[in-house]
Design a protein around this ligand. Structure first.
Ligand SMILES: Nc1ncnc2c1ncn2[C@@H]1O[C@H](COP(=O)(O)OP(=O)(O)O)[C@@H](O)[C@H]1O
Ligand SMILES: O=C(O)C1=C[C@@H](OP(=O)(O)O)[C@@H](O)[C@H](O)C1
Ligand SMILES: [Mg+2]
Length: 170
């Protein structure tokens, strides 16, 4: 059993939104690793970051990704930083991975209204977002089967573009 697709990309790319819509389109289940972590720890993501620290979150996340990929045959959405783990990247190499891209301006706009993303909650979210993109773009591309830009697309249009890109790859 293997997920039909695993969705990666920076915060605000729409992994949770588009992942759920893609699963619905295919008529399969959807699993979001951040939601799994909240359910299994009984804590919010920002509580884990602020109380336990990012390193502890990344350890929990690595295990949660491995469990979701092993157990779920629908669509799995990862958190934006999951690809920082080399072990996770190695795991993703054997799977269909959809990388949703988003530019800095739109990414900041989409995440700006939420305090739920502790990494972007600092004083300069633009600079933080840019640093995050610079560090992670090569990692997203390393694991991606297909790359889909989301900047000027609705979630539904992103799903259609992803389906088309996956069809071309078949
Ligand atoms: N294609 C899109 N266009 C406009 N807004 C979007 C799009 N995709 C997601 N959003 C919005 O951006 C925010 C972040 O989406 P989310 O799915 O949580 O992203 P991620 O899981 O990648 O961090 C949400 O408010 C969502 O409604
Ligand atoms: O980019 C990151 O490091 C993170 C992204 C978040 O998920 P989304 O990408 O779904 O917002 C969440 O896992 C956590 O706040 C850390
Ligand atoms: Mg998400």
């Amino acid at each position: 059993m293997s997920p039909r697709a695993i969705v990666v990309g920076p915060p605000g790319a729409g992994k949770t939104t588009v992942g759920a819509l893609l699963a619905q389109t295919w008529g399969v289940g959807f699993r979001d690793v951040d939601a799994d972590i909240v359910a299994s720890t009984g804590k919010s993501i920002s509580d884990i970051f602020t109380v336990d620290g990012e390193a502890v979150f990344r350890e929990i996340e690595e295990r949660a990704v491995a469990a979701a990929v092993a157990e779920h045959d629908g669509v799995v959405a990862l958190g934006g930083g999951a690809v920082l783990s080399e072990r996770t990247r190695a795991l993703l190499a054997d799977h269909v991975v959809v990388f949703l891209g988003v530019g800095m301006a739109e990414g900041v706009r989409r995440t700006g209204l939420s305090s739920a993303r502790p990494l972007l909650a600092g004083v300069n979210p633009r600079a933080t977002f840019k640093a995050l993109l610079d560090a992670r773009l090569p990692l997203y591309r390393e694991v991606a089967t297909v790359e889909v830009s989301t900047d000027s697309r609705t979630p539904q249009e992103v799903v259609e573009a992803a389906l088309e890109a996956l069809e071309v790859k078949r």
